[in-house]
Write a protein that binds this ligand. Structure first.
Ligand code: IMP
Length: 453
């Protein structure tokens, strides 16, 4: 069958920062307009929060469209899947009556094996990336060294046993002395688990080509963010997959022409989890959820523009703690240099700003428009966003200040004209500087808390 290049209605949603931009909400809001939602990279390291009525659900591997009736949901070739967590997620959602779509799991996706978790712990002790400890790195390492186990291997018992033996031969020297690896037990375990997902396994690249040719609207849901991408991100403090829009082609097995729109999600303030450089970071001590609270002294400090107190306020009020790990996220001021870079490498056609409401009441609000690097002006217009973290570490942000807007004035607003003028000016400055339209603006976690312009 010939694929018609005329009908290529793919929309990609990517994170424009270091992840946790609110992609799940954006995907959830767009999902009713499409018939297919595809994950193309990452695995259980992702955590997308979506709502069913008033209840929040953190999805890890299942695409965010799962709660919309009749959607086709695809876990693509480029994923690093945790089968135990996948089974728990599928059956957990089914029990609650929230699994309303049709799931397809690529037979080419790789499996995170149990001993990879130990491999990752060993690597973390040396590399200090601050990973989510979901064995994402080792799963992609084994995919690249050709000794990985793919979902499709689990349906072929004889070859599976051979493949597991080879995988173990390669893994053993890397594991702690005495680590027990029993190939037969491992095979039995994987074969048993496979039976729980067998009905969903398919050649998803082939199915996607059919659906694309039939003109079905397809949404590709990115995980993590541009600055965590393995090639373009802040290496080595990044994830191991291609989180950028180009990752769609290799991760879903579709041609580049399949992509028509690239929507970047940009939070009103970026956050980072784990280690790595972050030029606009609002620095203050790390604390886990429930271990910190906003005090009167913090409020007084925020009024005087105290950056540590503003950072703490954003984290506590914005509930900026990892959906997967519960780790505290590090907040910072808007970074237009990094966002311009994300617009360029993803070919973004539009962006969706999120969480404007969390900045309600902060005055002034700052946006970084360039970095000063030893007297050089890096703005991602004449000089590109640095490829090296050691350069990034020496970049000093150049800020523009904006008068703030009143507390609670943006939350839940659905009409652009009803946003406070200062909030609109902040948004319009970002829009002009990124050179792409903001057609949708998120003002709260629920899908209806959205402005469409
Ligand atoms: P990994 O993806 O678990 O290997 O972690 C690599 C880096 O990416 C670490 O800094 C993680 O904190 C970060 N990371 C991975 N997934 C996410 C995510 O969904 N949101 C934010 N950061 C993430």
């Amino acid at each position: 069958m010939q694929i018609s290049l005329v009908k290529m209605p793919g929309i990609v949603v990517v994170g424009a920062q270091w992840g946790d931009e609110g992609k799940g909400k954006v995907v959830d809001a767009i999902a009713p307009q499409v018939s297919v939602v595809v994950r193309y990279q990452g695995g259980a390291n992702a955590g997308h929060t979506v709502y069913s009525g008033c209840e929040a659900y953190a999805l890890h591997q299942i695409p965010s469209g799962v709660m919309h009736a009749g959607k086709k949901l695809v876990l693509g070739d480029g994923m690093a899947l945790n089968i135990d967590k996948l089974i728990a997620e599928i059956y957990g959602l089914k029990e609650k009556g929230l699994f309303k779509g049709c799931l397809y799991i690529s037979d080419r996706a790789h499996v995170a094996l149990m001993h990879y978790f130990s491999l990752e712990a060993g690597r973390e002790a040396i590399l200090h990336v601050g990973t989510t400890q979901q064995a994402i790195g080792p799963t992609y390492e084994f995919a690249a060294n050709r000794a990985g186990i793919r979902i499709g291997d689990l349906s072929d018992e004889l070859n599976l046993r051979d493949k597991i033996r080879r995988n173990i031969d390669l893994s053993r020297p890397l594991l702690p002395v005495g680590f027990i690896l029993n190939p037969d037990e491992m095979a039995e375990d994987l074969l048993e688990k496979f039976e729980k997902i067998r009905p969903y396994v398919a050649d998803t690249s082939f199915l996607l080509s059919r659906w694309l040719a039939a003109g079905e609207d397809i949404l590709f849901e990115g995980s993590q963010g541009t600055l965590l991408s393995i090639n373009q991100g802040t290496y080595p403090h990044c994830t191991s997959s291609h989180t950028v829009s180009g990752g769609v082609t290799v991760g879903a097995g579709v041609p580049p022409q399949a992509i028509k729109r690239v929507i970047g999600v940009i939070k009103a303030y970026p956050t980072r989890v784990g280690e790595g450089e972050f030029p606009t970071e609002l620095k203050f001590p790390a604390a886990r959820k429930g271990e910190e609270a906003i005090t009167d002294a913090d409020i007084a400090a925020i009024k005087k523009g105290g950056e540590a107190a503003i950072g703490k306020y954003i984290r506590v009020f914005g509930d900026e703690y990892g959906a997967t790990t519960g780790r505290p996220r590090r907040p910072g001021w808007t970074d237009i240099v990094a966002e311009r870079f994300a617009v360029r490498v993803n070919g973004m056609t539009e962006a969706v700003p999120t969480r404007l409401d969390i900045l309600d009441g902060i005055d002034p609000v700052k946006a970084c428009v360039a970095y000063d690097f030893d007297g050089r002006h890096i703005d991602e217009i004449k000089e590109p966003f640095p490829s090296s973290e050691s350069v990034l570490a020496r970049c000093r942000p150049v800020y523009v200040e904006f008068p703030g807007w009143p507390k609670d004035s943006s939350f839940g607003v659905t009409d652009y004209g009803k946003l406070h003028g200062n909030a609109r000016r902040f948004l319009e400055f970002r829009e002009e500087n990124l050179g792409i339209p903001f057609r949708m603006i998120s003002t709260g976690p629920k899908s209806y808390q959205t402005i469409f312009r």
